[in-house]
Design a protein around this ligand. Structure first.
Ligand code: UDP
Length: 207
């Protein structure tokens, strides 16, 4: 428990295994990847806190969460950055022929991400895409439902994506919804992650 948010203590591998298992369990399961900024938002915003705490998987994306848990005497196994978790999950989903819907980012980015992901993970089925700048949830939820997607990556920034998933998850018909911030920009290649040195030293946030 770091400032009121209970995290799952899992290795990256265990987190991916758990998410894959959820794809085969009935219900709409949510994955959230809070960093320290999101934990801060949750202290003030009750709806965001509820949306984060009620998720099926709460993964520590951010060295601040790892340090905090260690200082509290309840260390977490490892940092599980959302974008890396997503990449590993897609590799496995491609192997099992599962389908994915990409929601979020500026117009055109989700489509570009879809193209890149299909090249990178042969066998991955992209059920649909939509940008993250819309007014009504209804038509998007309907589009996801019609697409029959097994999983949805919801990349609207925090806490918008966590609230969106909690509100609409079951109506989409998808088994798994993952809130992944700026990941579509990374998959599309429009934003680069920090170089390995910075990531390995817990300094991605600083970079
Ligand atoms: N975004 C969106 N709709 C919005 C606000 C943001 O689709 O109404 C997208 C934005 O284009 C970006 C992502 O959400 O792709 C948020 O990225 P950011 O890096 O700010 O999120 P973080 O990973 O820090 O949560």
């Amino acid at each position: 428990d770091v400032l009121g948010i209970g995290f799952d203590s899992l290795t990256m591998q265990e987190a991916v295994d758990r998410a894959l298992a959820l794809l085969d369990e009935p219900g709409a399961h949510r994955v959230v990847t809070p960093n320290p900024e999101i934990v801060e938002v949750c202290r003030e915003n009750l709806a965001a806190r509820h949306a984060v705490k009620s998720a099926g998987l709460v993964l520590p994306d951010g060295i601040g969460v790892i340090k905090g848990a260690a200082m509290l005497g309840t260390p977490l196994k490892e940092r599980v950055p959302g974008v890396e978790f997503a990449a590993r999950l897609l590799e496995r989903m491609a192997g099992e022929g599962k389908s994915l819907y990409l929601l979020g980012a500026k117009p055109g980015v989700a489509e570009l991400a879809a193209e890149r992901l299909k090249e990178r993970y042969p066998g991955l089925r992209i059920a649909g895409t939509h940008d993250g700048y819309f007014q009504d949830d209804g038509p998007i939820v309907e589009d996801i439902r019609q697409s029959g997607a097994d999983a949805v990556f919801v990349c609207l920034g925090a806490p918008k994506q966590e609230l969106w998933m909690a509100r609409n998850g079951p109506a989409t018909g998808a088994r798994l919804l993952c809130g992944l911030g700026g990941s579509l920009d990374v998959f599309a290649g429009t934003v680069k992650r920090a170089p390995k040195f910075w990531r390995d030293h817990g300094l991605e946030w600083f970079y």
